[in-house]
Design a protein around this ligand. Sequence first.
Ligand SMILES: Cc1ncc(COP(=O)(O)O)c(C=O)c1O
Length: 403
Amino acid sequence: MVIPFSLPLIDDDVVAEVNDALLNTGWLTTGPKVRQLEVEISALTGTPVLCVNSWSSGAMLMLRWFGVGPGDEVIIPAYTYSATALCAMNLGATVVMVDVLDDFTIDPAKIRAAVTPRTKAIIPVDMGGWPADYDAIHAVLAAPDVASQFVAASANQKRLGRILVVTDAAHSIGSSYRGRPNGQLADATVFSLHSVKNITTGEGGAVCINLPAPFDNEAEYTFLKALALNGQNKSAFEKNVPGAWRYDIIDQGLKINLPDINAAIGLAQIRKYASELLPDRRRKFELYQEGFGQYEWAILPPYRDAQRESSAHLYMLRIASADEQRRDRIITAIAEAGVGVNVHYIPMAMLTLFKDRGYRIADYPKTYQLYANEITLPLYNTLTEDQVAEVIHVVASAVEATA
Ligand SMILES: Cc1ncc(COP(=O)(O)O)c(C=O)c1O
């Protein structure tokens, strides 16, 4: 039995919604389907939501909105996908990486040590769907020795008066922290709607806007929507009404809007996310937890505690006492048995671009330790419970065969 690592959910509901976009709305680019998708995600997060064409562009939009650029620093965890760094680097800012905790999320104490008068933003990552420790992060930012270092340059920096927190929630739509839905845990939260994510539009992203007073989040939504469309204050859809042709370019924008044809896919999925798709992912995650819980060598991924509930995006198993070479041999044995797995992630400091820029993996020992024995297993809605049992069996055999 071949079990792929990941498959998007393309069921009858998705086909019907895409057909509706194609046959009935007469609209392909940003229009009614995108708006409906924003409303559905909003119902989950309790915030205004702006859909864009990727996590990366949504994160860049928020940093740009805040005026982040050359000379500024953005703090991120060393353990993440490189997009977390690139959204800041592509604006000319310098990325300051800090090490993580045992649960893969950014270490708040390390944030404190990394803040300088140049720090403009922090991007915590909810790894695999597990929220970072937001109370601890906000407490660090409020500490007088940290808060007093902030130097406001742009109008939005002056209004906020502190470092901006943008969550890399690429994995964590539907997770929660102290009873609050993800989307409300930081100033801005960006979900990825890429093909392998819990909700997908093929490529896409969704920005939840949760700024404190005196910001008006609905007004910021309207402004950011324009900023995501070349700075144009009226979309093609809004102009497609007789007499509504006039528009203005109100700021120097990006062109990162989500097409309706893509939104239709995610719209069909999000309508049953809370009731069906997310509980289904969690059930499979729990089957893995039960299965691997029997083995001493298995270090189970964080999933649920008194404060947090994961969105069960990735099943990030670790093999105790395996070093990188043995982990790689285990992966080869699993692949030979027909099961697709991955490693999340090769630390950025081990990749060419970042090594060339002077980042060294030796500076992030916890990140290396987590990476060296990590294997991510298949987890998606069309994976059957029998396949979960098969994956557990294949992984256990591979671990034992390489002992
Ligand atoms: C942690 C993390 N951040 C950001 C991204 C980038 O998302 P996108 O491909 O939607 O830009 C990904 C994509 O896999 C990711 O895993």
